[in-house]
Design a protein around this ligand. Structure first.
Ligand SMILES: Cc1cc2nc3c(=O)[nH]c(=O)nc-3n(C[C@H](O)[C@H](O)[C@H](O)COP(=O)(O)O)c2cc1C
Length: 186
């Protein structure tokens, strides 16, 4: 359905894993965050809090810490190369990492933050930015030093580590069908 900017953005958004080093201006980061907080949340609790990281050294340190945790926990051999590389193979060298945290005791927080992630991804797309959800980043929840470094309160946890930046890869929209996902029309 061409010509509908929302549907176009939904179709064209892809997870981006190659980024230009170019920093994202603060005003653009703030546009992303102001879009984020328009997301719906259960009982309108807005459980999300943001840790906004543009410091390359900090992102690299967090990447190294995830790799270390991943090694300890033991992952599929197909990840071995990523976990032993000295490059930032977790956050893909993205110039912006937004760690979305939420209260551990809020049973809806993961859903709320998942919806928020997609809001941010679509906003990012409309602003000419690529994005990706980095589930691996949640391994930092079991790294007490990292939680301290990031200033995450003990009653909160990392739910959605999200990266953003100007893409340096071309990823066309995919063809995906919904017909085979319908179990029943009633
Ligand atoms: C909850 C969640 C966790 C994800 N974790 C990672 C991750 O750790 N690393 C990564 O490269 N991609 C991650 N992804 C991105 C998915 O691999 C990607 O969305 C999927 O392959 C579909 O591709 P698309 O986003 O381009 O449509 C994650 C996506 C979601 C929704």
């Amino acid at each position: 359905m061409p010509g509908n900017p929302v549907l176009d953005a939904i179709r064209e958004r892809r997870s981006i894993r190659k980024y230009q080093a170019k920093p994202i201006p603060k005003e653009v980061i703030d546009q992303l965050l102001s879009a984020a907080v328009m997301s719906p949340s259960a009982m309108h609790k807005e459980p999300w809090r943001f840790i906004v990281i543009t410091d390359r050294k900090m992102i690299n340190e967090l990447s190294d810490r995830v790799k270390k945790r991943a090694g300890i926990i033991g992952h599929a051999p197909r990840f071995a190369e990523r976990f032993t590389s000295r490059e930032d193979t977790i956050f893909y060298g993205a110039p912006l990492l937004i760690i979305v945290i939420a209260p551990k005791e809020n049973e809806w927080a993961h859903i709320d933050c998942g919806i928020l992630a997609q809001t941010m991804f679509l906003a990012a797309h409309s602003l000419g930015l690529g994005s990706c959800y980095i589930g691996f980043g949640r391994m930092l929840n079991s790294d007490a030093e990292a939680l301290k470094l990031l200033g995450i309160p003990s009653d909160m946890e990392i739910v959605a580590p999200l990266i953003f930046g100007y893409s340096s890869e071309e990823k066309p929209a995919q063809k995906r069908s919904f017909e085979d996902k319908i179990l029943k029309r009633i």
